[in-house]
Design a protein around this ligand. Structure first.
Ligand SMILES: C[S@@+](CC[C@H](N)C(=O)[O-])C[C@H]1O[C@@H](n2cnc3c(N)ncnc32)[C@H](O)[C@@H]1O
Length: 449
């Protein structure tokens, strides 16, 4: 394949004229990293593409600024037979070059600095970094031994010999590094510990947090905290996995959400939204209510959104186009209501307090995000405790001090101002349409903590 001109065109497209990443993008034969990949077939399934048997499509795909999915569920395209139709989520890919370049920019790599590329995938980022700074400074890590092995061979074919490591980064990260760039969404909390531990004091990390589009960058201080910010830039990377594939989604709960009447039925205030693709909303949902899984369907003019959580909570919102949706909810938490509070806030303030927030990540992996008066703690283990607590009777709720959140459970804590239900003094009548704070009467006050 005559790839040089195409690679140069790609470099022109994804870098600025003075960018030091122009040459790496222009010099890496990206098609060699992605000889086979998976494409959408138009009905939501996956279809195999084989570069060797269709060189024109191969060249177009490899030198376009697009991500190429290389592995779906447990099946890598390199191992697939014609006609294979894998099901499941993408488990590896070649990230679109413009995003690779952006992440490298956030990482602020430099000459002689030990660099960890977390999430080898197809090896594109490893190749660019090796080309720019010399492979002797580059380590590329992936949970998947096939990926690290084959990327090693393909980069060797280009003359680059970085170190490849196979490890689950949420368990163990061998070595220590001055710079870490992750192209997999790392989990806040204990799963982040090994990565933080592998960062040298004075070192810098750039990563997204799982289920959010927030790019977090920060410098590691001598005390072990990483201090930085949420960049005013976004990216969506796949979640980490610890095995060959992701564990099965909450299939039973999704099945329940499809048809159950629920404990609460009502009319929602805002239209049904595809939360997964509403990145700021999705990020805020994850930061305030970690672990919600989503599905979204469109059939003619009918839109349906499902939200489920491992604690047994589920919600279904159905509407014709942008009409107010009919909402069914069940389980210990009201997930659609949680989402509506965030949307209230978005409408009232015009933005959510995430992009540009200050970040402090403690060595235990807990992320403290703050902007102005608002602080949000992400990655602290609270979900298990919550599950065992009975819900507070629904007609009296509490608002947090800053009226950001309505608290329904004795253990619930506002993710932003950290007031707990027990500590809060402001009560809200849940029957009131406008949720105006009302004074507790002596008799109701006696009943609730
Ligand atoms: C989006 S791909 C990386 C793309 C790659 N950087 C590129 O330039 O093409 C994310 C990768 O993260 C890897 N990954 C997922 N979970 C992981 C974990 N727990 N530890 C290390 N790598 C993981 C996946 O196997 C996948 O290859």
């Amino acid at each position: 394949m005559d790839w040089d001109k195409r690679a140069e065109g790609l470099a022109d497209q994804v870098t600025q004229p003075d960018s030091r990443w122009f040459a790496p993008v222009a010099c890496v034969p990206r098609h060699q990293l992605v000889p086979r990949w998976w494409d959408r077939d138009g009905s939501g399934g996956w279809v195999l593409r084989d570069g060797a048997s269709d060189p024109e499509t191969w060249a177009d795909a490899a030198y376009a600024d697009r991500s190429l999915v290389t592995r779906v569920g447990g099946l890598h395209a390199d191992h697939a037979k014609t006609g294979d139709r894998p099901e499941g989520l993408p488990t590896s890919s070649a990230t679109l070059p413009s995003l690779v370049v952006r992440m490298l920019g956030h990482g602020r790599l430099g000459d002689g600095l030990a660099f960890l590329d977390l999430g080898t995938g197809a090896g594109g980022l490893t190749a660019y970094a090796s080309h720019r700074f010399g492979a002797e400074n580059v380590t590329s890590l992936d949970v998947d031994a096939y990926l690290t092995g084959v990327a090693g061979e393909r980069l060797a074919g280009m003359g680059h010999h970085p170190r490849f490591v196979t490890a689950d980064a949420t368990e163990h990260v061998p070595g220590s590094y001055d710079r870490i760039v992750s192209t997999v969404g790392l989990p806040a909390g204990p799963g982040l510990r090994p990565v933080l531990a592998a960062l040298e004091p004075g070192g810098r990390i750039a990563t997204t947090l799982g289920r959010t589009s927030l790019i977090i960058t920060g410098w590691k201080h001598l005390g072990g905290d990483v201090v930085g910010r949420v960049e005013r830039d976004t990216a969506g990377f796949m979640l980490t996995r610890s095995g060959d594939d992701y564990p099965p989604a909450l299939a039973e709960l999704f099945a329940l959400a499809e048809s159950a009447e629920g404990d609460e039925r009502g009319t929602g205030r805002y239209p049904v939204v595809d939360v997964a693709n509403a990145w700021e909303l999705r990020s805020m949902l994850e930061v305030t209510t970690p672990g919600v899984e989503l599905r979204y369907q469109v059939s003619g003019r009918t839109r349906t959104a499902y939200l489920v959580h491992a604690d047994g909570s589920w919600a279904r919102a159905v509407a014709e186009w942008t009409d107010p949706p009919e909402v069914h909810q069940g389980g210990p938490r009201r997930l659609w209501t949680v989402l509506e509070r965030i949307r209230n806030r978005l409408n009232a303030e015009g933005a959510l307090p995430l992009l540009g927030a200050d970040v402090r990540i403690t060595p235990d992996g807990v992320c403290h995000l703050s902007r102005g008066e608002v602080e949000c703690v992400h990655g602290r283990a609270v979900a298990a405790a919550r599950r065992t607590l009975p819900p507070v009777p629904p007609f009296v709720r509490r608002a947090c001090q800053a009226s950001i959140a309505i608290l329904d459970h004795a253990a619930e804590r506002c993710g932003m101002c950290l007031t707990t239900y027990a500590a809060c003094r402001v009560t809200v009548c849940a029957l009131s349409l406008h949720r105006r704070p009302v004074a507790l009467t002596a008799s109701t006050a006696a009943n609730y903590p």
